[in-house]
Design a protein around this ligand. Structure first.
Ligand SMILES: [Zn+2]
Length: 250
């Protein structure tokens, strides 16, 4: 575990804890953001998605997930025991961007092969997790962005944990561009057998720093423990570990 250090909030003067590697810290007492390295206020838009569950009610989506789907043990909902329920506000950068990829490639599945040229043009609210080492399934998380409000520290539950950003805005834009380009490459590979040329232009409209509520649930089933991630804004399961057949468990 990294040791927490603290700086003073640039707005209210309260101590703001951070761990090495974090770049932007949010004050628990007033919601202001401070750039850790400089101690200066960070003034870009900061948004929040509201969590709709408490520690009791979050068991409902857990149970209904356990009861649905044929891949799960039939007695899962009955036998599983919830060991941990932690609400964590994860930091993201939501990059609103238009991406235009011009390409040239060869389609070889017919004879003679043909050269194809064209353009992919799409708009995205591309999500970048603002943590370096979190194994969070970003692409599987359909962020309910329509529910976002300006960040309000009073809406953060006392028992919840708020993680700070380890990635600054510029890095987030770079990562979004790389990921979108890789995504377009993937799309082209469905259409073309060989990509000869490919270049992408980006028009970044906005990058919003966002905290989104995710419940980290740990449950036990027949002596093993499993993890479940639930979107606290919608109750949707983002990712869930299912006990597997063939381990002699069921
Ligand atoms: Zn403060």
């Amino acid at each position: 575990m990294a040791i927490a250090q603290s700086i003073r909030c640039s707005h209210c003067g309260a101590p703001v804890e951070f761990t090495p590697g974090e770049i932007i810290a949010t004050c628990r007492y007033c919601g202001f953001m401070t750039v850790i390295e400089t101690g200066q206020a960070y003034n870009f838009e900061h948004a929040l998605l509201l969590n709709k569950y408490d520690e009791k009610r979050i068991e409902e989506p857990v149970k209904s997930w356990m009861q649905s789907g044929f891949l799960k043990p039939p007695d899962l909902a009955r036998k599983a025991k919830i060991l941990e329920k932690n609400l964590v506000y994860l930091p993201f950068w939501v990059v609103s961007v238009e991406a235009k990829t011009s390409y040239k490639g060869i389609f070889e599945r017919i004879t003679p092969p043909i050269v194809k040229e064209g353009r992919i043009q799409k708009e995205y609210n591309w999500l970048v997790l603002a943590r370096e080492a979190a194994g969070f399934p970003t692409r599987e998380y359909d962020v309910p962005l329509e529910g976002k409000i300006p960040y309000d520290f009073r809406k953060i539950e006392g028992f919840a944990k708020v993680l700070n950003s380890e990635i600054d805005r510029e890095e987030a834009l770079e990562m979004a561009k790389q990921q979108i380009e890789a995504h377009h490459r993937f799309l082209l590979q469905q259409e073309l057998d060989r990509i000869v040329e490919m270049s992408t232009e980006f028009d970044v409209k906005q990058a919003v720093y966002l905290h989104a509520p995710v419940w980290f649930i740990k449950y036990e089933y027949k002596g093993r423990s499993y993890q479940l991630l639930i979107d606290g804004a919608t109750g949707n399961v983002i990712k869930g570990e299912i006990p597997q057949k063939g381990f002699g468990i069921f």
